[in-house]
Design a binder for this molecule. Structure first.
Ligand SMILES: Cc1cc2nc3c(=O)[nH]c(=O)nc-3n(C[C@H](O)[C@H](O)[C@H](O)COP(=O)(O)OP(=O)(O)OC[C@H]3O[C@@H](n4cnc5c(N)ncnc54)[C@H](O)[C@@H]3O)c2cc1C
Length: 463
């Protein structure tokens, strides 16, 4: 257990920070603290005492040295799109925003790699890489920072083909709790020298160290892409099709489940040609036209065999982009459709064969309760997001009961309490159930790397 008696951020501490990183990089302006007090989750806001805007790793190191010496909490902030409260500075102290540490350090086009500062948005990065015919594949939809993505091990719609953030990073520079800068991993795609520290820091939500630089794996932009939309009478038929597509050896670059309610909202607001039925959005990538067409014919045969009500495939870039634009904005569209509601989005993931059982269970809970809930998910990865609008405390409590039941079901099916949103504040209570004695190993690692417990306290562990 980590015992800490955090010290307040006094005017003397502010002065120390200003002399270490420059007065311009330090602010206590209430409006700026407010902007960094809450991410996109349903968790309550909390203000940091001081906000730092570093531009260089050495500044991050200096801030941590001061924080470590004076026992002050430090929470990293990417761009606050997290959905489990992991960037909220619940113990106050110092928040480090990576907004200004957002440069590309070097593109290694011949190695399909790029080294970046952590504050760069993955969409901004991909806009630049596109000029070289390359892209960084993980895509959580929101313009999350690379640092936030690595800290949460974010995934997204293309993970089914290209993997999660952890699969697309080779090397990182990390500032430890005492400010020491270390390099973990290697630009060599193979490395078997010692413990895999790189992946210890990936997914650690800023609780073990702060990422100050990352070298990412890139892939060539595919020469041919197609989008497929297939609607089904029931959500069960749609998810059985997901299992069939995955089992067929086809290699979708995206395989998403959109429930009937979302399809309705996307048609009404974005003009996407969808019916009010559970629908699969898919994408396929290929280097040759014949390969692409053969894949599309195979997926059409599977969908028809599984009873699809409709099947549409397109290689038209505008239509494909419109579809994915709508999918990416489905959350905002849902929020706009419920003007007086708050939202919380939960995610769990299970092995693909258990996906129909998980989705069937969520459908059953929806039928048996009075709670409003929508489903959208990275079905190809066995990952589902259940979205709960709530208007008051009583509704929130009812959603939380369903949230708990879905988490328990995912674990019973051999899955995990979170596929991609991370543990943050909301899932900490379930960590022991998922990890058992392994949670004590995690605590021991935390104690070793952060003995004073200053890095992002209040996350991952319930005490
Ligand atoms: C509409 C919407 C859709 C989303 N869809 C997806 C999805 O499909 N897949 C998915 O995985 N996620 C999704 N998310 C969640 C979110 O985008 C991811 O969790 C993302 O990784 C958060 O990145 P961020 O830059 O906003 O980080 P923040 O939310 O600011 O921070 C997230 C965590 O990273 C830590 N952190 C930030 N920078 C650093 C650093 N340099 N070093 C160490 N720790 C750091 C923070 O302390 C915090 O613990 C979605 C969110 C929204 C709002």
């Amino acid at each position: 257990m980590i015992m800490s008696a955090y010290q307040p951020v006094t005017p003397e501490i502010i002065a120390l920070l200003q002399s270490a990183v420059g007065a311009d990089a330090v602010t206590t302006a209430p409006a700026e603290l407010q902007l960094h007090a809450k991410d996109q989750s349903h968790h309550a806001a909390h203000l940091a005492d001081v906000l730092i805007y570093p531009t260089r790793a050495e500044q991050v190191s200096s801030v941590l040295k001061i924080a470590h010496q004076h026992c002050i909490p430090v929470t990293a902030w990417g761009v606050g799109t997290g959905l489990e409260g992991s960037a909220i500075p619940v113990f106050g102290g110092i928040s480090i925003s990576f907004e200004k540490m957002n440069q590309i350090v070097k593109i290694y086009a011949d190695d399909f790699q790029v080294t970046v500062q952590p504050g760069i948005g993955h969409k901004d990065l991909n806009a630049i890489l596109a000029r070289q015919g390359l892209f960084f594949a993980p895509d959580p939809g929101a313009n999350a920072t690379v640092g936030g993505m690595l800290a949460n091990n974010a995934s997204g719609i293309r993970t089914v083909k290209y993997g999660a953030s952890k699969d697309n990073v080779l090397k990182m520079q990390v500032a430890l709790a005492d400010g020491t800068l270390i390099d973990v991993g290697s630009r060599s795609v193979k490395q078997s020298s010692g413990y895999d520290l790189l992946h210890l820091f990936v997914g650690s939500e800023g609780t073990l160290g702060i990422i100050t630089e990352a070298t990412l794996k890139l892939v060539p932009v595919p020469s041919l892409m197609s989008a497929v939309v297939a609607a089904f009478e029931t959500v069960e038929a749609a998810v059985e099709t997901v299992v069939a597509v995955r089992g067929s050896g086809l290699d979708p670059a995206a395989l998403e489940l959109i429930d009937a309610a979302h399809c309705h909202m996307l048609r009404e607001t974005e003009g996407v040609d969808l019916s009010d039925h559970p629908t699969l959005f898919m994408e396929f990538h290929a280097a040759h036209e014949t390969t692409l067409q053969a894949g599309l014919e195979a997926v059409q045969a599977i969908c028809q065999e599984m009873g699809a009500l409709s099947f549409r495939a397109t290689t038209d870039t505008t239509e494909r982009k419109k579809l994915w634009h709508a999918r990416h904005h489905s959350y905002e569209i849902m929020v706009r459709s419920h003007p007086n509601y708050h939202f919380f989005i939960m995610d769990v993931a299970v092995p693909i064969s258990a996906y129909p059982a998980l989705i069937g269970y969520v459908e059953q809970l929806k039928r048996e309760s009075s709670v409003i809930a929508y489903m959208i998910g990275h079905a190809g990865d066995g990952n589902i997001h259940v979205e709960f609008p709530f208007a008051d405390e009583a509704e929130y409590e009812r959603c939380m009961v369903l949230n708990g039941l879905i988490i328990e079901k995912a674990l019973e099916l051999g899955g995990t309490i979170t596929g991609e949103h991370g543990v943050g504040m909301g899932k900490a209570v379930y960590m022991a159930k998922e990890h058992g004695p392994a949670l004590e190993v995690m605590r021991a690692i935390k104690q070793t790397l952060d003995p004073k417990g200053i890095l992002n306290p209040g996350k991952l562990f319930i005490d």
